[in-house]
Design a protein around this ligand. Structure first.
Ligand code: PEP
Ligand code: MG
Length: 556
């Protein structure tokens, strides 16, 4: 019998491969005293671990070549630094375990480096990485960070932060499984962007043994351990069937009776454009620009670097619509140089537009870069601010856009319930709304989007969330303006029909979801979508809302 575990499926498809864990930050080894007779053995263990880590770093450097090789060789030398090694041996001689001695010796060396001027201070992260590797090896736990593997694997992690995922090699990741996170977490968003199957909120994911063969069904949320050949064949056939059904759907998004609902793509940068174009996206509904800011934790990218990246995206959609979101830093997307380190509750602190209004130069550079990137192109550029709370926020953003000489439509994301409740007031300052249903759910239900235990409340089928969507769409209609959805809710084919019935005017999602949503919309008329939306809003729970909408659309 195949063993089955169940989490929340957030990205369609089936992945079959071996488990590789994303190593977490190394824990501090306990400072216990070892008996004197163990010292020699511990010193041997420490030397062996250092040698193995140095050899591994050198080997990976040889494979990588170029600049990466220089960095990895420098790290291998750090690991073998004679003074550090002498310090480790001395600490063991007076009673430390090998792992604790390495941890402490590196800590004192780290302090020296951190205070030794800008260049050496910049090497602290490299030193920490070396320490983590040696300690992890001694503790027998997975290496921290992205797995070192030349073979494709299923990535298993507690949760994935944008900074971790920036380092992933997409050609090696067959799928994701995370213990935390809900349908709107970054793991889910990234999996959809990469088009790989994913299951989140899987209790006990951390205990899956490294190297175990698993099958991940990103549609049902099921994980099969050591699947039999029959099971593998059955899963693969089902996934192939679903893919085949989709190839029939092409062209712009519309309901069966021709009500147009432009289908746009969510992207993180120029690298995602090809998949969006291939999936038939009619433009970009959410360009998450913070991915450009992840390379350097100390500074914003230069204006030139930004112009180049923006222009690459704008050129890909010559006559289309491209909605760029200005930097959304803070909370689940922290940036060292902008995000306050000491907030008691970062999700409720200075993030999104609030951060930009506190750092007007960063906003100005971004808007100026966008203005330059769009010069001479026929693209319909739209620029929007994340985390707009009220009319004053919307005005501050629109003023900044005008001051930067930006010729674009200015919009506000509706991610805070106050903006949905007072959408008409916000619309006095901006030309469009875009519903960020991930954060809107987080703030409506007081449910952190990164915490798997509250993923039930992150379910975008929650009728309270549908009410806020309806309020925003009605306000936009009354003002003669548009109101799209760019949160993950838009990627659920059935919910996309309901959102259309609520009056939403465009849907934006990861490229991999576009064919599913296009095919679902094409099956129903606008009136059917409206009836499904009314039935969902009349329900008292997310589950009942989904069932009610399904019943209307399947004619039950
Ligand atoms: C959202 O909150 O729904 C959204 C689209 O923004 P992000 O997921 O990047 O916070
Ligand atoms: Mg958001």
């Amino acid at each position: 019998m195949d063993t089955t575990l169940r989490g929340v499926g957030v990205s369609h498809g089936v992945a079959i491969g071996e488990v590789r864990h994303m190593g977490t930050a190394v824990l501090e080894p306990p400072a216990k005293q070892i008996p004197a007779e163990d010292a020699e053995r511990e010193q041997g263990r420490a030397r062996q671990a250092v040698e193995a880590v140095a050899a591994d770093l050198t080997a990976r450097g040889n494979l990588a070549g170029g600049e990466a090789q220089a960095v990895l060789e420098a790290q291998a030398m750090m690991a073998q630094d004679p003074e550090l090694q002498a310090d480790v041996e001395r600490r063991i001689a007076v009673g430390s375990s090998a792992e604790r001695a390495v941890y402490d010796a590196f800590a004192s060396y780290r302090e020296l480096l951190a205070n030794a001027g800008e260049y050496l201070a910049g090497r602290v992260a490299d030193l920490d990485d070396v320490r983590n590797r040696i300690v992890a090896r001694l503790l027998g736990v997975p290496m921290p960070g992205v797995p070192d593997s030349d073979e494709p694997y299923v990535l298993v992690a507690r949760d994935l932060a944008p900074a971790d995922t920036a380092l992933l090699d997409p050609t090696l990741v067959l799928g994701f499984v995370t213990e935390e996170g809900g349908p709107t977490s970054h793991s889910a968003i990234l999996a959809r962007a990469l088009g790989v199957p994913a299951v989140v909120a899987l209790p006990g994911a951390g205990e899956l043994a490294e190297g175990t063969l698993i099958a991940v069904d990103g549609s049902s949320g099921e994980i099969f351990l050591d699947p039999s050949d029959e099971k593998k064949a059955e899963l693969e056939a089902a996934a192939a069937g679903r893919r085949a059904a989709l190839t029939a759907s092409t062209g712009p998004g519309a309901t069966a009776d021709g009500h147009k609902v432009p289908l746009l793509a969510n992207i993180g940068g120029p690298a995602d454009v090809a998949a969006a174009v291939e999936a038939g996206a009619e433009g970009v509904g959410l360009f998450r620009t913070e991915f450009l800011f992840l390379d350097d934790s100390e500074n914003a990218p230069s204006e030139e670097k930004q112009v180049t990246a923006y222009r690459q995206v704008l050129e890909a959609f010559p006559e289309g619509r491209v909605v760029v979101r200005v930097l959304d830093a803070g909370a689940d997307k922290p940036l060292d140089f902008l995000t306050p380190a000491d907030e008691p509750n970062p999700a409720l602190g200075v993030r999104g537009l609030r951060t930009l209004l506190d750092h007007p130069a960063v906003l100005r550079t971004q808007l100026t870069a966008l203005a330059k990137a769009a010069e001479g192109l026929p693209v319909h550029l739209e620029v929007m601010a994340p985390m707009v709370a009220d009319r004053a926020d919307a005005k501050a953003f629109a003023d900044a856009c005008r001051e930067a000489g930006l010729r674009a439509k200015f919009g506000a994301m509706v991610e805070i319930p106050s903006a949905a409740l007072r959408a008409r007031s916000v619309l006095q300052e901006v030309e469009f709304l875009s519903l960020g249903t991930n954060d809107l759910a987080q703030y409506t239900f007081a449910a952190d989007r990164q915490v798997g235990a509250v993923s039930r409340l992150q379910d975008p089928w929650q009728p309270a969330l549908l009410d806020l969507v309806a309020l925003s769409a009605e306000a936009a209609k009354a003002e003669g303006k548009s109101c799209g959805v760019c949160g993950e809710a838009a990627a659920d084919p059935l919910l996309a029909c309901v959102l259309t019935g609520l009056g939403v005017t465009s849907l934006s999602m990861g490229a991999a979801s576009l064919p599913y949503v296009r095919a679902a919309l094409a099956k129903f008329t606008l009136a059917q979508c409206e009836r499904a939306a009314a039935a969902a809003r009349a329900a008292d729970s997310a589950e009942d809302a989904r069932n009610a909408a399904q019943a209307v659309l399947s004619g039950e």
